[in-house]
Design a protein. Structure first.
Lengths: 373, 373
């Protein structure tokens, strides 16, 4: 079923993308307004499913690349999406018919919808991560072994480069260098041919982000609504009692400790983070780990809280849910499992349906999903 | 007159290129052997003059970009020149007919001759600097206002990028970032169309480097022979009594002090350097400054000594001579005059014919050009 995204959908898209950002992916504040503007100006965009792609279609995969904090102040220029489209089409020798977000999580899940409107292209209802990850190598296309033919990078002043790299690791290295030289933020695009798409993207994530966003925005009790929509477990609801956070090697690293309140009192949880939330621990035991999704939300509003905005005293709920099966393959875990982030632990798939996450087990009344303070 | 460069010319080319390196431009040791090998394997290259270029000719301007010290150990791969040629021709939509060195000074004046042999192209008897300079902005094509259409960069492992930048300053910034990400060394190429060449290159510099190299290699007394061939003044012959050198902001910076010996006794000279030799001072007075050329040579052999190899006790002669008139224009001085290197002084053109540089003024017997110890 083909549907449209209008400016009215952007608030929900942004709220949902923030949830899939798992603490990273960049604040959605500015891209939210820019995208709504673009949809008002250029009209709604058509949301196409992967099944609706035909033989000669080429998807242009787009994202901002750099420091999310810079993106809050330094907006893309209106010329950048056009430059990326022109150079990608020229280098690939094909016309693009749809835009896909590299990552649905955070600002990078929102901006591409506005760029598609500006460029007169459809939006593919899919992305390359199903969440947010910090590096260019951590995409479904890489897991599936689709060759990355080329990458076009554009900075805000008008410089553009067309890169062909020998593998994803070198891509990450050269892309990062261009981004830093651009003031720590650039836009990137790469072509993805229709025949390569099946099995190499995470499908349905744009529509899903809008749906999840509505759970945040429309529900009387957002946290249980969100958990239900996501199929997530609420691991704890409580108060942040410690934030240890440092900027190291270009990343935000650290951990945050949450003490349970209400029905969760007497429980303590620690979340380890590196841009994104990576691991949840209780009494030294790993409860959830990347690539499964971990998001801290405001217990009152259900809005996601990004890692750089965590602070002492916030009332938060920790949600965890399963990643796309693609990330649970051997190659998926090689690329984005705990060891890819430097944790010497084996990945144990998280199951939100496990009875231990039922609210009864956590000490609340049976039948109430998640104890919200 | 068209002539050829054979493997027999490479030793002289390397010695001459080192002289024009004015202390920088990279050691010629490894490129000398690589280039002689290429000429033996692929045969001599034709040295074409600017006047011999015709309408549809395209020159491919090539150089190594990065840290000269890395270049001593990390050799280019054989595939790199071919990658640069293929991508430059593809992006420009024209066939290249000749190779030109970006800078004649140092290793970058030697390597392109071997690449031309490998690629089956001619060598243009010209370069973009007439010496060595540290930055991509400091080229004659920039002084002449020729637009740099695109730049192709290739690293040793096989990554390649085609850049279009809005100006030379951004070019330098993005090129440097790619180079650093490549391990601080990459090869670069850009197209220069025949119609843009006149007035936008320094002509005759390849033949001139070979000629100057012969003065070093063949003369019984290399220093006076070199001074005569270059039209240079020998400012002092003496001994290095102090080297203050630090690596700062990606450059070698510092100064070297030379105490005169023999007929130059009682004289003291200081040379300020930043990769290249930039300024010569005596008693606080500036005698010579960039973009005029300053080279320290071994007083015995006449071979140029690069700034990173200067050390206490070396017997050296300091030669200075006039730069190409292009660098003495207002725009030339904006780009590569003393202020471009952070010296708050006005440029005063150096005149090697000034009587004060005659050996009589310097205390030696009249008629003996330069006092060699």
């Amino acid at each position: 079923m083909t549907r449209e995204i209008t400016s009215d959908d952007v608030a929900a898209l942004a709220a949902g993308a923030a949830i899939f950002g798992t603490g990273g992916g960049g604040a959605v504040t500015t891209s939210r307004f820019g995208t709504a503007d673009a949809l008002r100006k250029h009209g709604p965009v058509r949301l196409r499913t992967v099944a609706e792609l035909t033989g000669q279609d080429m998807v242009i995969v787009m994202s901002g690349i750099g420091a999310p904090t810079v993106g809050i102040e330094m907006l893309p220029s209106a010329a950048q999406p056009e430059t990326l489209l022109r150079e990608t089409e020229r280098a690939a020798g094909r016309r693009a018919t749809a835009v896909m977000a590299t990552e649905i999580g955070g600002t990078n899940g929102v901006g591409p919808v506005g760029w598609a409107a500006q460029l007169g292209l459809d939006v593919l209802d899919a992305d390359g991560m199903g969440r947010a990850f910090p590096e260019a190598t951590m995409v479904a296309m890489n897991v599936a072994g689709v060759p990355r033919r080329l990458t076009v990078l554009s900075d805000v002043v008008g410089n553009v480069t067309v890169m062909r790299t020998i593998d994803a690791t070198w891509l990450e290295r050269h892309v990062r260098a261009f981004s830093v030289a651009s003031g720590s933020l650039c836009l990137g695009a790469s072509p993805l041919y229709a025949e390569d798409v099946p099995g190499a993207v995470i499908e349905g994530t744009v529509g899903r982000a809008i749906e999840v966003g509505h759970a945040v925005l429309d529900a009387a009790e957002p946290v249980p609504a969100l958990a239900e929509t996501l199929g997530a477990a609420v691991l704890i609801s409580g108060k942040i009692i410690d934030v240890a956070r440092r900027t190291e090697g270009g990343f935000v690293r650290g951990s945050v400790t949450i003490a349970g309140t209400g029905t969760d009192r007497d429980r303590l949880l620690r979340v380890e983070l590196q841009n994104e939330n990576l691991i949840v621990l209780a009494d030294g035991e790993v409860l959830v780990s990347v690539p499964d999704l971990i998001t801290l939300v405001d217990s009152e509003t259900g809005h996601a809280i990004s890692t750089e905005l965590l602070r002492f005293g916030q009332r938060v709920s920790v949600l965890a849910w399963s990643c796309d099966p693609l990330w649970r393959t051997e190659r998926g875990l090689d690329i984005a499992g705990p060891r890819a982030f430097g944790y010497d632990i084996d990945y144990v798939p998280f199951d939100a349906g496990d009875p231990r996450w039922a609210s009864a087990e956590r000490g609340s009344e049976p039948g109430t999903a998640g104890a919200v303070q």
